[in-house]
Design a protein around this ligand. Structure first.
Ligand code: HEM
Ligand code: FPP
Length: 321
């Protein structure tokens, strides 16, 4: 190969590496679920037919805001990320990205998110996305993560904001159903995170981050996971009654998915040191939120509503006659 070709190949690989590092800084694997919730909320708010261009714009705006929040979190936590095995290879602790560059990147992401949402959705959606960044950084990362075992209970409010962004983008206000979707994610977050925290508590203990299992042990954490899961099921049903934002198909699926969640959380409560059970609850929590969101979308579609109505009418008629 010619020296000039080798130089150009090396140059391309370096550029790819830089892009990859900035992408990695946004903790990209977490964001899709936040966007799935945002989209589901938009489908429910628009009763099954949201403007698809608005959905696209809102998801891009939501992605930019969540990415900005994660980049600032990576800057703030670079000291502990360096000390934890799991996070040592992140772009800042491994020296691939400088703090100043990361902050500029985060600023540009937040600015693009605000501009896009304010310009093409509405100001409320844009402000809510910015509130998500403020709560995640101010309340969770700065205030509570290193000082309280309840850090993710209160700080988890940040992760519950995306459905509100979606609702606001469609309706221009925050309705009751949007608050209930917020509550669903809020109550779901402790089982989601504490199950994982049982698995990685040694890492957190090493850097003095008081995650619940580090402070109270696996048994009490598993009990708390169980209690939050019990609370989660009725909260999901509030979307059906009294708000009537979702129909009975969603209600049925929410019960089914919630029942499985309860089963897994109960098994973990019985054997709090079983790492496979903890991993099972963590993985299921993600699957659960995806399917619950999908259930909201399917339920909101006009075709589903007609079919369920017809079916209820038919069964009712058969039953009466
Ligand atoms: C304060 C609240 C939360 C905390 C502390 C938390 C913490 C974590 C942590 C530490 C991981 C492992 C990530 C890694 O190894 O890099 C994780 C994974 C994940 N989280 Fe959360 N989480 C929270 C809320 C949420 C919310 C609201 C969502 C979305 C609705 C979410 C979705 C996910 C997903 C999808 C993964 C799996 C990513 C993968 O495939 O590796 N999390 N979470
Ligand atoms: C609307 C909007 C902008 C919302 C943003 C909400 C958001 C980014 C939620 C993510 C929560 C999360 C994955 C925390 C990871 O905890 P950690 O950072 O303590 O995990 P670590 O131990 O892996 O660093």
């Amino acid at each position: 190969m010619q020296p000039s070709n080798i130089a150009s190949q090396v140059h391309h690989e370096n550029i790819n590496q830089v892009f990859r590092s900035y992408y990695q800084l946004t903790k990209p694997r977490i964001i899709p679920l936040l966007l799935i919730e945002t989209a589901a909320s938009m489908w429910v708010a628009a009763q099954g037919h949201p403007n698809l261009l608005l959905v696209l714009v809102t998801l891009i705006g939501g992605w930019l805001a969540a990415a900005s929040a994660q980049v600032i979190n990576c800057v703030y936590d670079r000291d502990i990320d360096y000390d934890m095995e799991r996070t040592r290879d992140r772009p800042i602790p491994s020296g691939r990205i400088q703090v100043r560059d990361a902050l500029i990147f985060a600023g540009l992401l937040a600015l693009s998110s605000f501009t896009l949402l304010a310009g093409f959705a509405n100001l409320l959606a844009a402000c809510l996305a910015m509130a998500g960044i403020v709560v995640y950084i101010g309340v969770y990362t700065h205030w509570l993560k290193r000082s309280s075992p309840q850090n993710i209970v209160i700080g988890g409010a940040a992760g519950a904001i995306p459905p509100m962004v979606g609702w606001a983008a469609v309706t221009g206000h925050i309705g009751w159903a949007a608050w209930i979707f917020f509550a669903i994610v809020f109550v779901w977050t402790p089982p989601h995170f504490w199950a994982l925290a049982i698995l990685i508590k040694d890492d957190y203990a090493k850097v003095n981050v008081p995650m619940l299992p580090v402070i109270v042990g696996n048994e009490e954490t598993a009990k708390q996971i169980w209690l939050y899961t019990i609370l989660l099921v009725p909260v999901t049903l509030l979307m059906v009654c009294p708000t009537e934002a979702c129909g009975w198909l969603y209600g049925l699926l929410a019960l089914l998915l919630g029942g499985l969640f309860l089963q897994k959380a109960y098994d973990l409560k019985q054997c709090p040191c079983d790492r496979d059970l903890a991993r099972g609850v963590f993985k299921y929590s993600i699957f659960y939120m995806m399917l619950l969101s999908a259930a909201m979308v399917v339920d909101s579609l006009p075709v589903t509503r007609y079919t369920v109505q017809a079916l209820v009418g038919f069964l009712g008629g058969t039953f009466i006659s």
